[in-house]
Design a binder for this molecule. Structure first.
Ligand code: F6R
Length: 341
């Protein structure tokens, strides 16, 4: 099905409803699993992997065990019978994820599959592993609620994290309010996402987050600009970028002038990070095309992360509109997958 920007806007509009739907999902299939693990590995690619990164950051301050995201054919060596592997693929047919699933099985890990169907659902069902079935009919990047919330809600169900449902509820509230300010009905002067798309148009977006708070949001902005607007984009995080990237704004001047920097901020960023951001903005002054900031909304890590993601999602579709491009198809990914077959 060929779908224009309207369809992508509709998907975006429904993101809060995705989270609400996940709160009603039945995770009892997973409740027979062990309650203690040495580590958790999320394996997936692209739109199906980024929820893993959100989970990794979410768990950083909540779980005493590491959460690692794997985007490859094989899992890390440390995976074994004490590991919980969450295999995520929207289509259920991504070859790297299927291979990683088999690797998890060989290593004796506990496995939960999250998918709309495909070979992943078949394999997991044959092995007697829980399959959390997520709603189909979307493109993976538009299904981010479905591809993230069930992961954290399953961990809550297993007693590994607490408060996840509350955080998901707050995310619904924050996104529902934010949506009114950034949806297509809102004109440019009061629409932050549209304004930012205007800054990115004919420029190279450089998205900066902070490693402890907005890292995944920055990664998501980059991916959404790539996939929706079909345009290049790059991301990095504070404080790391203060140790390399800031040196790279000297030459060639005309190229540096083409960069549009977006800084994703969290009111709770570390005080030293706030200072770093201010100094970095001074360093960039007069060199790049523009520097814009987006501030996170809400209280919980989840609400804040998704508030930043939401502005970027909308901005990427406005940018597609400015370029006169249909955001939905990702022909190059399809071409590559077909050639690999
Ligand atoms: C996002 C997108 C890709 C896929 C990736 C993996 O919209 O199209 O990033 O998510 O190619 O495919 P799935 O998610 O089906 O495992």
């Amino acid at each position: 099905v060929e779908m224009g920007p309207e369809m992508m806007f509709e998907f975006l509009y429904n993101l809060p409803a995705q989270f609400e739907g996940c709160l009603k999902m039945d995770f009892s299939k997973a409740s027979g699993l062990k309650k203690e693990y040495a580590n958790i590995v999320v394996t997936g690619l692209g739109g199906s992997a980024i929820g893993g990164d959100i989970l990794r950051c979410y768990c950083q301050s909540r779980l005493p065990i590491p959460v690692v995201v794997n985007r490859d054919y094989m899992l890390p060596r440390f995976v074994g019978p004490d590991s919980l592997v969450l295999a995520v693929s929207y289509s259920g047919n991504t070859e790297e994820t299927l291979s990683a699933y088999e690797d998890a099985r060989e290593k004796g890990a506990s496995i939960i599959a999250f998918t709309t169907g495909g070979k992943l659902a078949e394999m997991a069902a044959l092995d007697g592993n829980p399959v959390i079935t997520i709603t189909g009919g979307l493109v993976p990047r538009a299904a981010t609620g479905y591809l993230f919330a069930p992961l954290v809600l399953v961990l809550e169900r297993l007693g590994l994290v607490s408060g996840a449902s509350e955080d998901v509820k707050e995310t619904v509230t924050v996104l529902t309010q934010l949506r009114e300010e950034i949806e297509p009905g809102r004109e440019e002067d009061s629409n932050r996402a549209r304004f930012i798309a205007g800054q990115l148009y004919q420029r190279i977006p450089v998205i900066w987050g902070c490693s402890s708070t907005s890292e995944v949001a920055a990664m998501r902005w980059k991916g959404q600009i790539n996939e929706n607007a079909k345009a290049p984009a790059y991301f990095n995080v504070f404080p790391e970028l203060n140790h390399n990237e800031i040196v790279g704004f000297e030459v060639p001047e005309d190229l540096v002038k083409k960069l549009a920097v977006i800084i994703l901020r969290d009111p709770d960023d570390h005080g030293r990070i706030t200072k770093r951001i201010e100094i970095t903005k001074d360093i960039l002054q007069g060199k790049v095309s523009s520097v814009a900031e987006v501030e996170a909304r809400g209280n919980s890590f989840l609400a804040k992360t998704y508030s930043l993601i939401y502005v970027g999602d909308y901005a990427s579709v406005y940018l597609a509109e400015l370029y006169g491009i249909n955001p939905t198809p990702v022909q190059v990914i399809d071409y590559l997958k077909a050639r690999m077959a």
